[in-house]
Structures are given as C-alpha cells and as structure tokens.
Design a protein around this ligand. Structure first.
Ligand SMILES: Cc1cc2nc3c(=O)[nH]c(=O)nc-3n(C[C@H](O)[C@H](O)[C@H](O)COP(=O)(O)OP(=O)(O)OC[C@H]3O[C@@H](n4cnc5c(N)ncnc54)[C@H](O)[C@@H]3O)c2cc1C
Length: 300
C-alpha cells in the first residue's frame, strides 16, 4: 500500500483539481471561513483550541496584499462574533513581505490592531530563512502594540537558539517547530536527530526562562521526551501548549494530552489556495492516502 500511496501522492499535482480534492479535505477546513467554522467549532467542542490561517503565500502585488490583510482583520471580528476558541496565524509573504518590509509593516499594523480590538492573539508564521530577520522585526512591532502576539522559531536553523535568547521575557510567546523549508547546511541542521536536539534545547530555554512555548510537532517521540521533562521539572501548564496541523493522524496522542489537562491547539488552514498546501502535506505523509481512500469507500 505504501508504494501505491507514494505513487498517488506524486501524481496528484498533474491530475485535475476535482480528482485531487478528496485527498485534500483532511488537511483543509474549506475554502471560506463559513466552511471552516463548523470544523473549528467541532474541535472546540472536543476541547481543542485552534489557530486559523488563510492559505496562500508570496503575494506579489500590493493591492492583493491589502485585500488579504482586510480578510485577516475581518477574521478577528468574525471569530469574536462566533465566540470561537480560535486565534490567527499569518504568513508574512501573504501580506506583502515579498514586496517590501514597509508594505508588510503597514499591513501587519492593521492586523494587530484588529487583534487588539477583539482581545485575541496573532502569531506570525516563519517562512524560509530569507524572511527570518524581517519577520522578527514585524513581530517586535506587533508586541509593542499588543502583548498577545507571537512568532515562530525553526529548530533546524543554527541561529534560532540565539534568536530565542534575544527575545525571552515573561510575555514572550514562541511556537517552536522543526522547520519546513529546504535550507542549506551552512545555516541549518540537516539530520533529524540534530534538529530534535536543538528543538529540545530551545523549548527548555524558553520554559526555564518562564516564557510561553507552543510545541508544534507530530513527532510522538519528541512529544514524549518533552512531556517527561515538563513533568520532572514541574513546569506549570499555563506556560506551554502542544500544536498540530489539522488532519495529521496522531494515534490518539492528542486526546491523551487533553485528558492530562494540557492545552492542545490545532492549526486549521482554509482558503482557495488549498491545492498546493494539500499536495505538500500528502507528499510529507503518503499514508494519509490510504486513510482517505478508506473514508471515500465508507461514505458510499
Ligand atoms: C502547528 C504547526 C505550525 C507550524 N508552523 C510552521 C512555521 O511557521 N514555519 C515552518 O517552517 N514550519 C512550520 N510547521 C511545520 C514544521 O516545521 C514541520 O515541518 C512539520 O511539522 C513536520 O515536522 P514534525 O515535527 O511534525 O516531525 P516529523 O518527524 O517530520 O513528523 C512526525 C510524523 O508526523 C507525520 N507528519 C508530519 N508532518 C506532517 C504533515 N504536514 N502532514 C502529514 N503528516 C505529517 C510524519 O509522516 C511523521 O510520521 C508547523 C507545524 C505545526 C504542527
């Protein structure tokens, strides 16, 4: 089955979108917020917190970046009106970072004002290493306006530990992930074991310094290691949360974490740009294909 899954995963980009859509649905919550809402509510009802993201990146034109910025602002008001337990994650290149830092600064300023007006939280996702410095600048701007702001550090980058040290403070809220982009060995660890070691070192640093850490991984071994350390070191539950991407199978681990009273947040993407995102997810984990096929047959 696994070779077949890999063949299907690599063929999907050349197949028509109507064919690919059933394989995408486990990973995206729809094309619009209206479609995503029931998925978010269902997660909330099970005890999960959520963070929502409008799919898309590398916008090249100012008008489009401003329109997307307006969508993000509206999202904060819609979340409040619907009383969802949901914050917002934004990719800086979706709101103009491929155009200029000044353009993105103006856009992120509008978004963080909406987060402030609705007393919600904004997280800036971290993209490839050419955007790291600019994203940290955007984050520094946001945190000065509204303390409920956060950013992401990628454990594969050598620089991340020092970046974290530059930022720790009691209101510091960092998501730590392994990192998803292809980066050169000049700036990034390549071996999973080195990335995991750095991930652990960074999480320990933040939690020892009383910051807030969102542990974003599906790596069950890594979650277990961090959970043991957290218990041994009596780290208070309000200092961290676990985060996963919507639709990634976790073998019951999330329910186990919830039952222990830990916060678990699901990253829920939606939007018209579902195709590229889903293809990326399917390539990372072709075994999801088997699961989708089983569900397709069950529905019939
Ligand atoms: C909430 C959240 C937010 C993130 N934000 C960012 C960000 O801002 N910037 C960034 O560079 N990266 C981000 N990532 C992605 C992250 O950097 C990793 O690339 C991704 O999570 C895979 O690494 P892993 O830690 O899950 O471990 P892995 O060892 O890669 O995976 C562990 C297991 O989970 C499965 N798996 C992992 N990821 C997926 C997936 N997407 N789909 C299906 N199966 C999967 C694998 O098959 C494997 O069995 C985020 C991840 C999460 C969970």
């Amino acid at each position: 089955m696994s070779i077949m899954n890999k063949i299907i995963a690599s063929s999907l980009p050349i197949l028509p979108k109507w064919f690919a859509k059933p394989f995408a649905t486990p990973y995206v919550a729809g094309e619009t917020f209206e479609e995503a809402k029931p998925h978010i509510r269902a997660l909330n009802e099970k005890g999960f917190k959520t963070t929502v993201d409008i799919l898309g990146e590398h916008v090249k034109n100012k008008e489009m970046a401003r329109t997307i910025t307006q969508h993000y602002c509206n999202l904060f008001y819609a979340i409040k009106e619907e009383q969802l337990d949901c914050n917002v994650s934004v990719k800086p290149t979706h709101i103009g970072l491929d155009i200029s830092l000044a353009e993105t600064m103006a856009n992120v300023h509008r978004i963080i004002q909406s987060a402030k007006d609705t007393d919600n939280f904004l997280r800036l996702d971290m993209e490839n290493s050419s955007f790291t410095d600019a994203t940290l600048e955007l984050y520094n701007h946001c945190i000065n306006i509204h303390p409920k702001s956060g950013v992401v550090f990628q454990a594969y980058l050598y620089r991340s530990y020092n970046d974290v040290m530059d930022h720790t403070s009691p209101q510091f809220n960092a998501r730590i992930c392994k990192g998803i982009y292809k980066e050169s060995e000049n700036i990034a660890y390549q071996k999973d074991s080195d990335i995991v070691d750095n991930f652990i070192r960074i999480v320990h640093k933040i939690l020892n310094d009383s910051g807030y850490c969102a542990i974003a991984t599906h790596d069950l071994g890594l979650i277990d290691k961090l959970e043991s350390w957290i218990e041994e070191n009596n780290i208070q539950k309000h200092h961290f949360e676990f985060q996963v991407l919507y639709g990634v199978p976790m073998s019951g681990k999330l329910e186990e974490l919830l039952s222990k009273g830990y916060t678990v947040r699901v990253y829920v993407p939606f939007g018209y740009a579902w195709f590229d995102y889903s293809i990326r997810r399917l390539k990372e984990n072709p075994s999801i294909i088997g699961y989708v096929i089983k569900n397709l047959f069950k529905q019939k």
